[in-house]
Each structure stands twice: as structure tokens, then as C-alpha cells.
Write a protein that binds this ligand. Structure first.
Ligand SMILES: Nc1nc2c(ncn2[C@@H]2O[C@H](COP(=O)(O)OP(=O)(O)OP(=O)(O)O)[C@@H](O)[C@H]2O)c(=O)[nH]1
Ligand SMILES: [Mg+2]
Length: 306
């Protein structure tokens, strides 16, 4: 099958996709906190919500005033009957829901699946963006995370997975708290880039391109100077999260940005990507980011079958 490019429709600001971020559990609330999008923080712990700057905060628990920091999974499974209307309302005026958390604890692992299912039932495209625990965390956490991931792959339109262990190749010897801060910034990047380029009309093409291969990983390239096109592609494809044969990739979402995007440069980037990703359908977009100065940036989500 030859490569096939599809561009996000270039529409006006008022046609932009209405995206909302959902941070679930302690990690999820941290991940979404800095992002400039409508956001909902959702937790069993009132401490998570107290720290959060989200527009809307949902405390889940039988006693919603006091909050519950030790979530129990039976309670989370009954979530819709407990916070019913609020759980449905949070998806109003939304076409794209980014459901973000660290897997391995109870709140994020169970809550992300529940929210994804509610999004699906409301016809909202749910993109789960999740971190898998470090190996240094307990075996039990990794087991919980692996099970939760299976559920998310079933229920989401796409599930972007960040394995925490791979962070060590990007930033070795970082203390855990700094590593999480770094990861939070990386996890929000594809969200920002998709939202900057995608319009409401693109939801159906997004679903079509991503198709059944809902399992995605992320690579980022940033380059300046001579050969910046070649280097931005090389850097994005050398992401520590692309630790499998690129021949397995079935579709890709590529977002190019620079201070003043230039069609010829974008075309070169796409041609290079196509030469490295045989038989891949690429959904792509571009936008101007004046903060980049002389640099160009490529955000790449590679999708493959589960
Ligand atoms: N990216 C990121 N990951 C984190 C952060 N804090 C913890 N994690 C990861 O996320 C996993 C889940 O941890 P929490 O978010 O604390 O768990 P929770 O969803 O609140 O669940 P419970 O507290 O058990 O109900 C951990 O095992 C870590 O691997 C963070 O600030 N950012
Ligand atoms: Mg927690």
C-alpha cells in the first residue's frame, strides 16, 4: 500500500475543535494543570483538587465534602450512579476529550476507563494519554497499570502511552519528582499540537485514519540551522517511546510548527517521514508558533495495532 497523506482541514478559529482536558487522580491533576485549555480535575482526594487550577473539579466519593484519598475500586466502578449527572455534564460542548493520568494507582486506572466510556456514550472522541509506572515502583502497580491499559485500548478512540522507564534515556539521574515534571510537559505537547490544528470537521477523518490501531506513542523533534528538516525528522523518530520496528506503524499524526510555516519545508518533512514509514497513512497539520524563533518542531504520534 502506498503512503497516503491527509491534511487537517484549514478552518477558521471558530471552527477549531472544542477540546477538553480531564486530569484523573494525583498524576492526572498534575499533568493537566499547566495547560491553557478548558480542564476538569477529577479525583478521590481533596488534596489533589485543592492544588489544581482546573476550571471544574470533581471530587468522587461517598462523602463528597471530605473526599476520599484511598479510593476503592468498587466505588469507582459505581461512579456513574454516584456522580451521575455531573459526570455526563462535564462532556458538554466538547468534541475531543483528552483523558490524562498515570496508571498504576486506583483513581487514574479505574477513573480513566470510566470517563472514557462516558465520553464514548456521549459521542465524544476520547483520547487517553497515560503514563506507565517506573519499574522501580511496585510490581503490583505495574500489574494494575497493564490491566487498566487493556481497558483503555478497548474504550478510547486512541490511547497514547508513555512508559516512564524510557524517561531515563532522555534525562538520566533525575530525581522522581523532577522526572514527573519533565514527563508532564512532554505529555501535554501532542495535546497542544493537535488542538492547534484540528477543526470540528476533522473528527471523522481522525477516527478513520487512526482506525482500529488505537495504540499510539509520541516522538518530538526540535531543530534549527542547516539541515533542520532532516534533523527534526530524525529526532522525532528517535523517540525513546518508538522502541519497536517502525514497519508496524499503520498511521501517524504529524504536526509541524515554526514561527512562519513554509509549505515547501513541510512537504520535505512529510516526504522524509514517508520514506521512513512505509505504508503509513499520515494525517498532518501545521501552525505558526512565534515562540519557536529559528527552530522548527515536529510532533509525531505513531499508531499501531494493539
Ligand atoms: N506523569 C506523571 N506521572 C506521575 C505523577 N505522579 C505519579 N505518577 C505516576 O502515576 C502513577 C499513578 O499514581 P497516582 O496518580 O498518584 O495514583 P492515583 O491515580 O491518584 O490513584 P490512587 O491515589 O491510588 O487512588 C504512579 O505509579 C506514577 O508512575 C506525576 O506528577 N506526573
Ligand atoms: Mg492519588
Amino acid at each position: 500500500m502506498p503512503n497516503f497523506r491527509t491534511r487537517f482541514s484549514q478552518s477558521s478559529e471558530d471552527q477549531r475543535v472544542r477540546a477538553k482536558l480531564f486530569g484523573i487522580g494525583s498524576a492526572g491533576c498534575n499533568i493537566v494543570d499547566g495547560a491553557q485549555f478548558p480542564k476538569v480535575a477529577f479525583s478521590t482526594s481533596s488534596a489533589d483538587l485543592a492544588r489544581s487550577h482546573a476550571d471544574r473539579k470533581v471530587l468522587v466519593g461517598q462523602d463528597r465534602l471530605l473526599g476520599i484519598s484511598d479510593a476503592d475500586s468498587d466505588m469507582m466502578k459505581r461512579l456513574p450512579s454516584i456522580v451521575g449527572h455531573e459526570l455526563l455534564d462535564v462532556f458538554n460542548n466538547t468534541e475531543l476529550a483528552f483523558i490524562m493520568c498515570g496508571l498504576g494507582g486506583v483513581t487514574g486506572s479505574v477513573g480513566s476507563r470510566v470517563l472514557n466510556s462516558v465520553a464514548k456514550s456521549k459521542g465524544v472522541a476520547g483520547i487517553a494519554v497515560v503514563a506507565m509506572p517506573f519499574s522501580a515502583e511496585s510490581f503490583q502497580r505495574r500489574e494494575v497499570a497493564a490491566r487498566a491499559l487493556g481497558g483503555l485500548l478497548e474504550s478510547s478512540a486512541m490511547c497514547v502511552v508513555f512508559d516512564n522507564d524510557k524517561l531515563s534515556s532522555l534525562a538520566p539521574n533525575l530525581p522522581m519528582s523532577r522526572a514527573f515534571g519533565l514527563l508532564n510537559g512532554i505529555m501535554i505537547r501532542p495535546v497542544m499540537d493537535i488542538c492547534a490544528t484540528m477543526s470540528r470537521n476533522d473528527i471523522s477523518v481522525f477516527r478513520e485514519v487512526v482506525g482500529g490501531s488505537t495504540y499510539a506513542r509520541f516522538g518530538l523533534g526540535l531543530a534549527r540551522g542547516d539541515e533542520r528538516v532532516q534533523r527534526v525528522v530524525d529526532e522525532s523518530l528517535s523517540s525513546p517511546w518508538f522502541d519497536y520496528d517502525l514497519k508496524e506503524v499503520t498511521s501517524a499524526i504529524a504536526v509541524f510548527s515554526s514561527a512562519d510555516p513554509w509549505e515547501k519545508e513541510i512537504d520535505k518533512v512529510l516526504s522524509l517521514l514517508e520514506s521512513r514509514l512505509p505504508s503509513v497513512r499520515i494525517l498532518w497539520g501545521s501552525y505558526a508558533d512565534p515562540n519557536l524563533g529559528e527552530r522548527i518542531r515536529l510532533s509525531l504520534l505513531l499508531c499501531k495495532a494493539k
